[in-house]
Every structure is written in C-alpha cells, then in structure tokens.
Design a binder for this molecule. Structure first.
Ligand code: AMP
Length: 418
C-alpha cells in the first residue's frame, strides 16, 4: 500500500522548527499585552456567507481560494481564509462593541487558501492577527501599525519596508473606481486576461497586478489622492503624521490596494527584502464597512495579519535569535534493570518539584542512557549501591564532577543549581 502524505500546500511543523514558532508566538503574546490587546480563540470554520459578504464576492479569496463544503446538516461551511471577518463576527455576536465600546483583540492560528504553493505560500498557513474595533480615528491606525513594527523589532527582523496607501471610503471610492474603469478601458490591449476580467468587477485590483505590462499601465493610472474626499484625505494625513511622530519611515504607494474588499481608508503592508516573490510579512488596514456588510451595526475597525510561516523564514534567513532551545535539565539513569523503577519514581518527583526531567522508558542499557543524558545539565544515576544507601549520584555534565546526594534532597540540590 502506498504511504499517505500530507496534502499539497500543507506541511508538518516538526520539533526542529516548532520551538522557534513558540518563541515567535510568546514574543507576540508579550507585545500584544504591552499594547493592551487581549487574546481570543475563534472557530476555524465559519458560515461561508461570512466571507462572501465580508471579504467580498469579487475577491480572489472568495472566487477561487476558499475551502468550502456542505456539512452533514446541509450548511455551507468554509475553513477560514483570514481572521478579520471572524473577529468582527465574534465582536458583534458577543456585544463587545455595544454602546460605543472598543475592543483590542489578538489571535493566532491556521488559515486556509487554495493558492498555488511556493516558497512562503501554503494552502494551510498561520497568521498572528490583531484587530482594534470600535475606534474610527487615525490614532488607532497608527497604534496598529506601530504594534506590528514593534513585534518585528522585538523579533530582530531587519530590512523591512512599510508601504501605506489610502483606498478611500464608500463616498469617494466609487468616483475613483469610475476613473479607473475609464482609464483601463483605454488600455485593454495591454492588460492580462485576469485584469480584463477585473475591469468590470474589481478595477482597483488591477493596480496591484504583478504582470509587467499591467504594471506599466497601472503606473500611469489616475492617482487615488486626487479622488479622496476631505475626510479620507485628512485621515491619511493624520496617520502619516502619527507614524512620523513615532519615528517610523514608510513609503506611500498608490498601487497598494490589497486583496480584500473590506478595506477603507488606510491600507498597509510590511515587506521584507529577504523573501523573494512572496515578500509581504504582514498586511492590514482599516475596514469601517465590514461590520455592516456582515449584519452588525456600524463598528469601525483597523488591524493587521502577519504571516507566521514567512516571519520564521525571514528570521532564519537573517540569522535572528530564537532564544534558547528549551531542553530537559536532568536525565535520570538506571545502572541496572533493578534500578529502573526507582529511577522512574525519582524522575517523577523531580517533575513534581517543577524540574524538567526524563528517564529511559525503552529498556536501553547504561551507555545508551548516558548518551541520551548528554544534552542535559545533570545526570542522576542510580545503581545497587545508591538503592541500598537511599542516595543518588548527581553528575554535573558541564564539568564532569559528581556528588552523592540523599534521594530526598535531590530536587532541592538540583533546583538550587539551575
Ligand atoms: P492577507 O490576509 O492576505 O492580508 O495576508 C496577511 C499576511 O499573511 C501576508 O502578509 C503573509 O505574510 C501571510 N499570508 C497570506 N497568504 C499566505 C499564504 N498562502 N501562505 C503563507 N502566508 C500567507
């Protein structure tokens, strides 16, 4: 029988890598706390409508990337392709933003998109995401961008570029959209098939097409800043001023529109020079219409999602520190078969005292156990003499010194040395 492998676009995060992920998550957790964000856990699958109405019918995600199925109750269910719509749904459902209250929430976990897999792009990938709900003013945008950059600073990422744009609001975007349709219609012969298709449905997306010819046309497209209403213009100016006040450098790109329909006003991305084609480590922005699109009242929001897989890749590439790989401090060794039970009891007593400890459970010989102890700080060795005397030979594996310690004092002795 052929062996079953993981589905295309998914991968196993094995111990050699998973401890690095834990480091990133715990750094994120501390950073979120320092910015006043609370952690939430949400379902991995939601009603399909949440994404078709929230993310947008004409987006790549909804049109061709979702893992959608009918469950046994006949409901259309989708594995979440992104986090924001779910966070907003939860906020509405649980009244987190009732009577003008605001909520700062963060989460992390797997997302699912049926994309073409390549380096840094998977079908099951992981995001760390933060959402600030209920605040319409530009200071919240600045705080969210600052949060993502502070996370990356703590992780030691270098050579990042922050790109920002304003994509307008429901008042000024239709005017801009019309200008784009007129402009791109007069350049149809230079557009790729996908963009021709986008022209009638989602012309803003032509602006970020990676196709070279489309890029040339997009460079000459009308500038959104000529169409922004006063409110959006002012909002963007205040976001820029706020970022500058905090000492962040950024570039403005009128071609940054992002792939999700719910963005209004601020859109931003953080790019890494060390990632190749999939160079975005994080992206986000403001989404003041998402809440009403999914049946809530008017709850403004701004947030970001960062790609955990990609952050780990960049950190690896840049030689960033992941802290110390957590290991077990003590290995308890049985010199003979008769001592195995005593050794397991000793190991358990160390664990109960909060000291990480291991012993052999596979019946391996003394030499193999000592080899296994090699990566630990101490070996606790028990043979016939120790059993008879109620002692343990504690060997310091860093300097090779060895002392005999009463069995009941081992935890205290080692605890004092760690
Ligand atoms: P988005 O939800 O599309 O705004 O993406 C936010 C971030 O998630 C991106 O900047 C990437 O770092 C990451 N990301 C998005 N799609 C993928 C994917 N298919 N594989 C790995 N990371 C992804």
């Amino acid at each position: 029988m052929t062996a079953i492998t993981a589905p295309r676009g998914t991968r196993d995060i094995l111990p050699a890598e998973s401890w690095k992920w834990s480091y990133i998550i715990s750094t994120a957790s501390r950073t979120m706390r320092d910015f006043g964000f609370s952690e939430i856990h949400l379902p991995i699958f939601e009603h399909t409508e949440l994404f078709s109405r929230g993310v947008g019918e004409t987006t790549d995600i909804v049109e061709k990337e979702m893992y959608t199925f009918t469950d046994r109750g006949g409901r259309s269910i989708t594995l979440r392709p992104e986090a924001t719509a779910g966070v907003m749904r939860a906020a509405i459902e649980n009244n987190l933003c009732a009577q003008g209250a605001s909520a700062k929430l963060w989460s992390w976990g797997p997302m699912f998109r049926h994309e073409r897999p390549q380096k840094g792009r998977y079908r099951q990938f992981y995001q760390i995401d933060a959402e600030c709900l209920g605040i319409a003013g530009p200071m919240a945008d600045v705080e969210v961008i600052a949060l993502s950059l502070e996370l990356f600073r703590r992780l030691g990422l270098k050579n990042l570029e922050v790109v920002i744009n304003s994509v307008g609001c429901e008042k000024c975007r239709p005017v801009y959209r019309q200008k784009l349709v007129e402009y791109f219609s007069s350049h149809k012969s230079e557009l790729c098939g996908t963009c021709l298709d986008r022209l009638g449905r989602n012309p803003l997306r032509i602006l970020d097409c990676k196709n070279e010819s489309c890029g040339h046309v997009a460079d000459g497209a009308p500038d959104i800043f000529d169409s922004l209403c006063d409110e959006c213009r002012e909002h963007f100016a205040e976001v820029r001023a706020g970022l500058e006040r905090l000492g962040f450098t950024y570039t403005v790109s009128k071609r940054l529109v992002r792939g999700l329909d719910y963005y209004t006003k601020t859109a931003y991305e953080i790019l890494s020079g060390d990632l190749g084609a999939q160079n975005a480590v994080a992206g986000g922005g403001r989404y003041d219409n998402l809440s009403s699109a999914i049946g809530g009242g008017k709850i403004p929001g701004v947030g970001f999602a960062c790609g955990l897989d990609r952050v780990a890749l960049v950190m690896e590439e840049q030689g960033c520190s992941f802290g110390e790989r957590p290991g077990v401090a003590v290995y308890c060794v049985a010199m003979d078969d008769e001592s195995r039970g005593t050794v397991q009891a000793l190991t358990h007593s160390l664990r109960m005292a909060g000291i990480s400890a291991e012993c052999d459970t596979a019946g391996r010989g003394f030499k193999a156990q000592m080899r296994a102890a090699g990566s630990c700080r101490f070996a606790c060795i028990v043979g016939a003499d120790e059993r008879a005397g109620g002692t343990v030979a504690v060997k310091n594996l860093a300097d090779g010194s060895q002392v005999s310690v009463k069995a009941c004092d081992v935890a205290g002795y080692i605890g004092g040395k760690l």
